[in-house]
Design a protein around this ligand. Sequence first.
Ligand code: HEM
Length: 461
Amino acid sequence: MSTQAPLVVGRPVLGSLQDLRDDTLGAYLRARRNHGDVVRFSAGPPGLRASLYAVFSAEGVQQILGTEASNFRKENDVYSEIRESIGNGLLTSQDTEYIRQRRMIQPLFTRRRVDAYASVVHGEAGATADRWATASGNTIDVSHEMAEFALRSVTRILFGADIDTAVDVVRRNFPVIGESVLRRGVAPIRIPRTWPTPANRRTAAAQQELYAICDRIIAERTTAEAGDADDMITLLIQARDEDGSALDPDAIRDQVLVFLLAGHETTATALAFGLHLLACHPEAQEKARAEVDSVLGGRAAGAADLDELPYLTRVFKEAMRLYPSVAIMGRRTVADTEIGGYHIPAGSDVYVSPWVTQRHPDYWENPDAFDPDRFAPELEASRPRYAWFPFGGGPRACIGQYFAMLEGVIGLATFVQRYEFGAVESEIPVELGMTLRASGPAHVRLTPRESSGAPAGEGRA
Ligand code: HEM
């Protein structure tokens, strides 16, 4: 007979609700330290009190995302809110609908396909580095800069020549959608979306504007003359299932919005912390730069260079270990199960957290320290598969992970080629929005490199 997981004792009326709301990551870290690898929280007002479980061991994560994935469904209030806001694309769909979508979309993310985006990424990185030449006080906010770089990269890949109109619409409207998903996704009681409250109106207007630009560009690309465009919208239009059927325009729009949601802030966070960590660790920065200079000798980084830049790859992985963009992932159980000897009943909300597992002392020595060499091949091979899982795992693993690695490594290579970075703040406080992010500006000082050999604007696409 398995036993109940230890309960994290919360406050008298609302249980752990406030603690989880105010500082989920802190509450999880404390729970692991005080109670172990499987814990139970009880949260909510009397009458609406819910139990939820958090699992921190690599073995438990493997069970949830990998071996028993079919018992852990993507069903909770946050997923419902995403479906309501941007449609039921690859991130949230399930069962036969999901299998059909993944089958049709996977070919857009093969290594060969993604490698073709390297010049777009390098072009945007080069343009970003050009802009820094006029940075006031030679200081930039890496949070803001990497958000802009990642937004422009993914938008150019999706929308091709229409990037400038699309970037503006996405930049203005996505934060409104994200804020609404988050606010409503964790609220014990939700006001119907149809009520004309200011927040509901704002969200509806943002959704309309995003839908309108996607629909317009999808319609334009569907015409015969657009047949040779190679942006991702065109590839989605051309995608065919085994029986020859295509995605309809609404389904294409759902995927475009999912790629924007899943592929923009995530990469931005990883890059911003990657740059900040390099700024704080001059010796690692020098090692990364020496590698970049020796491999590239001043020329543009391309997809073929990725395997030749192992140290920079380790830096990016270590940044994602310490600052995983998706810091928690939630599922709901279909049937009773057992994790680490504890009973988890059917219908339970269960969470895993790269933030906690990737700082778990059982897998990581001196877990809070920045040390890219943890990702040397022999050390990586010695750890359980799910000690590091910034891209999730199992059947629902991130479809964009190779693209994210390419963007991360090419981005960092371009930046260290052009500038030296110095830290202004030694520590950047974080907050949990739709993704993990810096809660304020993250300043970094720039010194242009004289001898980088990469002339200004050379990378522009
Ligand atoms: C550093 C960057 C990124 C990180 C850390 C990241 C992380 C993740 C994680 C953890 C999941 C799984 C979520 C879960 O199991 O609940 C996921 C799924 C997904 N990601 Fe990413 N992601 C990144 C970049 C991207 C990019 C660039 C794209 C697309 C352009 C993308 C598209 C997706 C999609 C479509 C899914 C759903 C896949 C499925 O369920 O089949 N991601 N991502």
